[in-house]
Design a protein. Sequence first.
Length: 128
Amino acid sequence: MSKKQKLINRLSSRPKDFTYEYKGYYSYPKYNTHDNMFWGKLEGINDSISFEGTTENELKAAFVEAVDDYLDTCQRNEMTPKLPFQGCFEIIIEPEIHKKVVLCAANQEISLNQVIETALKGYLASVD
């Protein structure tokens, strides 16, 4: 089996340990069968920063280059780089669920944030 096929199989099985991390930025690479390329994007930020490569070494180098380029671009333009996972995100749910959650939280005298955090911790415990 070729190195490329091994990487494709690894990405397809979605292992938890196959995450790139560099300077506090993360990516979970994927394989695009249509373009026959590996690709990824920086996770947890609103800016759209992506990279690609044809081998694992190219992909990792492209990830590092994308992060460095993003940080350099921000510095040149006197912008503050967005940092991933700041603990704030928007969710969209059905209005009836929204209403029930807010009313239940108020009844229990806890915040909506506490309800969401508890639910997310339960979800993470179930997938670990």
